[in-house]
Design a protein around this ligand. Structure first.
Ligand code: RIB
Length: 332
């Protein structure tokens, strides 16, 4: 650090403030320090830095809906892995709101968390850029943020949408509806693209009127199903882009006096524990929820140790879980 200071023509404390981002430093001084560190091959000692920064042994987790069992099951993988590494987890709920996400992010930084895991509310790069500037270790889960270099762990949502729809096509269904969660959410958009490509790969024309927007909540699946049942030619199968909407969909179909799957087959997405106990048990696309949490935590802990390690981007596989909410199309 002394050599860096001398080369950069600044004090040792200025070098420390640049390394620890602990006080504002003029851009020219910051650039001279960074250049000197590069030229001298100086790598700040992560452990020493964390002690100087008084970083706590805690990590922040921000999710869009802590009541959604998908995030709860991912959080379980995060908490177990963190606890084994002597880290505690602070759970925050953004409600998918960018402002609330920013409030919690600042609160976590004030609490001097060692790093942050978050499921992005929207695709704003501003927060990621800010955390990079503040040299806060960060891993994105579930929803890709384009055009930023940040550690990311998610599943192949497109593959899952294709698998779900192909399963229904294999059962003989031709009029297959889709309950989405809005194209602004990349997991939903990618699943709908997989749905559409599966139809077109089998020579089934894509019908936009069979795609109804939900919001990943039970109620939106329920209302979407009622809307589909009112169509002149209702679907014989529904792909709901998460399990909660699939359960809401089944509720509406049953309430209308029809039977799942005899009259309408339903497929969900996530394979949360609820899926096994719905009535009928839900055919769905499994996301490796615990593995997502474990892997994201391992990557974050490695980033805490070395801020300058190469970026990680992990896309995990989904799989089809066939239960009793789907069956072959019955010809009337
Ligand atoms: O059920 C919540 C949904 O939001 C999941 O499918 C998950 O992938 C997230 O995007």
């Amino acid at each position: 650090m002394r050599d860096v200071a001398k080369r950069a023509g600044v004090s040792i404390s200025t070098v420390s403030h640049v390394v620890n981002n602990s006080r504002p430093v003029s851009n020219s001084a910051r650039q001279r320090v960074i250049q000197a560190m590069d030229e001298l091959g100086y790598k700040p000692n992560a452990l020493a830095r964390s002690l100087r920064q008084q970083k706590t042994n805690s990590i922040g987790l921000i999710v869009p809906d802590s009541a959604n069992p998908f995030f709860a099951e991912v959080a379980r993988g995060i908490e177990d892995t963190s606890f084994d590494q002597n880290y505690s987890v602070i759970l925050c709920n953004s409600d998918g709101n960018l402002d609330k996400q920013a409030i919690y992010t600042n609160l976590l930084i004030e609490r001097q968390v060692a790093g942050i895991l978050f499921v992005a509310a929207g695709v704003s790069t501003e927060l990621v850029d800010d955390l990079h500037r503040r040299r806060v270790p960060l891993v994105i889960i579930d929803r890709e943020i384009p055009n930023v270099s940040v550690d990311t762990v998610l599943t192949n949502h497109y593959q899952g949408g294709f698998l779900a729809t192909q399963h229904l096509i294999d059962l003989g269904h031709l009029r297959i509806a889709c309950i989405s969660a809005g194209s602004e959410l990349s997991p939903s958009a990618e699943r709908v693209t997989g749905y559409r490509d599966a139809l077109e790969t089998s020579g089934i024309a894509f019908d936009q009127s069979l795609v109804v927007r939900g919001d990943f909540q039970y109620e939106s699946g329920y209302h979407a199903a009622h809307k589909l049942l009112q169509k002149e030619a209702p679907p014989t199968a529904v792909f709901a882009s998460n399990d909660l909407m699939a359960v809401g969909c089944i509720s509406a179909i049953t309430e209308s006096g029809m039977r799942v799957p005899d009259q309408i087959s339903v497929v969900g997405f996530d394979d949360v524990k609820l899926a096994s106990f719905s009535n009928p048990p839900l055919t769905t696309i499994a996301q490796p929820k615990r593995e997502i949490g474990e892997l994201a935590t391992e990557i974050l802990l490695a980033r805490i140790q070395d801020l300058d390690a190469p970026q990680r981007f992990e896309r995990l596989e989904t799989s089809l879980i066939v239960r009793r909410s789907t069956c072959k199309l019955k010809r009337n």
